[in-house]
Design a protein around this ligand. Structure first.
Ligand code: ZN
Length: 500
């Protein structure tokens, strides 16, 4: 074995052990959110803190730094170079952020999340304000420690979306807002009104569960290598080859929560299940970014799951499963009801079109907070003013305004843009899949999702983190991310529905 080979294999072994620790944390965290008895919280907290410490030590291990230095100019293949590049990114982040700051952030955000729950319940921003002030200050320190070229916000973005910058995102998001605001206004003025009552009727939970699991299997989620359980907030936890845990939530009088929650998580789950197992433990066997991950969930949830051909297959089955709710309902009325577009206050309940305006608002406010152009004390006012401009509504209270999301209390500044990136990438990937795979709609109508799933696996899943998100996008679609593809998709779908 050459020196380079032995350095590379030692690096892989070390990184792989770190990944195994992360999988242990993932499993404990899945259990915490699904089956753990309430009283188990304090013990779980200790277990998680210990594993997090061990994990951080692995990432920041000076020996890993030495190996990365040895490999910096070594003659490596393209795959190995990509692996070294991503390991270096994570190692540098772990090394550059001082331990004191990591601990202070952990302490502050643990406390802040508890306070946030109370502040949101009481809609009392003043409770949360001092915590947010501290978090913004610490995140500013983190950005300085990590370093950046242009904007401190870039340093935070990079944790979730490697390589993304404000300079790259700003024009994309501005163009998107400029296109969405008039489209949403035109829909508001349409005489077509979806009948929402169709999807807010009796949908017995046991049959919802059966229907959702059958659909997940039809889309290609492997239940011999995964599960679908119930939690308050749906999530996907990919632990490694052969074990991917999804959750959704069922409401006895709302169809969308359970079914579309499942579709979203199945999209994440298919990504995890189709990563290359031979690269497990290294970046080559891991999802490349949150934005690309979200593109997979949004693609199945919206591009596929809210399409007309999808329901040509599933609507007759839904009628059989839920005769009380759907016996008298037609395919078109149902299709319109699941595609209702209307401005609302809560991001997680927003539809496909208005959703991105919620994100753009947060993207702007986070940058202003970090740059000290907006004081946390002035956040509610700034939120409400901008919300009115973007969505035409005035939040009645802070619970339905700037207190609604958990992200800031947990220190997740820079996370929100990945949701919109996911929507945009999803539209761009799907447009390419339609070019590469003629007859896709006919396949959906037959209940055949294998061609699309296999295309996604070959184009995206199998590469893991080999390519950065923007490079992956160019390779798959032949061009950089372009928000106009998403806007065209929305217009083509919504204009006939709403007779615009
Ligand atoms: Zn998601």
């Amino acid at each position: 074995m050459t020196q380079t080979e032995s350095a590379y294999s030692e690096m892989v072994e070390r990184v792989r052990q770190g990944r195994l620790l992360a999988a242990c944390m993932g499993l404990l965290s899945w259990d915490e959110r699904t089956y753990m008895p309430r009283a188990g919280g304090p013990l779980r907290g200790e277990q998680m803190a210990l594993l997090a410490k061990l994990y951080h030590e692995r990432l920041a291990d000076p020996r890993l730094g030495e190996l990365l230095d040895q490999l910096a100019d070594a003659p490596l293949g393209e795959l190995e170079q990509a692996c070294v590049r991503e390991v270096r990114r994570v190692h540098h982040r772990a090394v550059k952020i001082p331990k004191r700051l990591v601990e202070e952030l952990a302490r502050t955000t643990t406390l802040a999340q508890g306070v946030w729950v109370e502040a949101r319940a009481k809609s009392d921003y003043s409770l949360f304000l001092p915590h947010l002030q501290t978090i913004v200050r610490l995140k500013r320190e983190e950005a300085q420690a990590v370093g950046y070229d242009q904007s401190p916000y870039d340093a935070l973005l990079d944790e979730y979306e490697p390589g993304a910058t404000v300079a790259q995102l700003q024009p994309i998001f501005t163009a998107l807002a400029d296109a969405l605001v008039p489209l949403i206004a035109a829909i508001a003025n349409s005489t077509v009104r979806p009948d929402r009552s169709i999807i807010e009727r009796d949908y017995p939970v046991d049959r919802q569960r059966f229907f959702a699991e059958s659909a997940a299997a039809a889309l290609g989620f492997r239940f011999d290598a995964g599960r679908l359980d119930v939690s308050v907030h749906p999530f996907c936890s990919g632990l490694g080859p052969g074990d991917c845990r999804l959750t959704t939530r069922y409401h006895p009088r709302r169809f969308n929560d359970g079914f579309f929650g499942m579709l979203h998580e199945v999209g994440h789950g298919l990504y995890e299940q189709n990563l290359d197992p031979q690269h497990f433990g290294t970046p080559l066997g891991e999802a490349v970014s949150l934005g690309i991950h979200e593109s997979q969930s949004r693609l199945w949830e919206n591009q596929v799951g809210r399409s007309e051909p999808f329901w040509r297959h599933f609507f007759p089955r839904a009628r059989q499963a839920f005769p009380e709710a759907l016996a008298e309902v037609g395919h078109e009325a149902f299709y319109l009801a699941i595609n209702e577009v209307t401005p609302s206050f809560i991001r997680v309940e927003a539809d496909e079109a208005t959703y991105n305006l919620h994100i753009i608002l947060r993207f702007e406010l986070e940058q202003a907070l970090l740059a000290d152009q907006l004081q946390p004390a002035d956040l509610p006012l700034a939120w409400n003013e901008r919300f009115q401009q973007l969505l035409g509504l005035s939040p009645p209270d802070d619970a339905r305004g700037c207190l609604q999301d958990i992200h800031w209390s947990s220190g997740g500044l820079g996370y929100f843009p990945t949701y919109t990136l996911g929507n945009l990438y999803a539209a761009q990937f799907m447009a390419q899949a339609r070019r590469d795979l003629p007859g896709l709609d006919e396949a959906f109508a037959r209940g055949d999702f294998a061609p699309l799933r296999q295309w996604l696996t070959q184009s995206i899943h199998r590469h893991g983190s080999r390519y950065r998100p923007d490079e992956l996008c160019r390779r798959v679609t032949g061009q950089p991310l372009d928000s106009s593809i998403f806007v065209t998709y929305l217009r083509d779908k919504l204009a006939p529905l709403y007779r615009l």
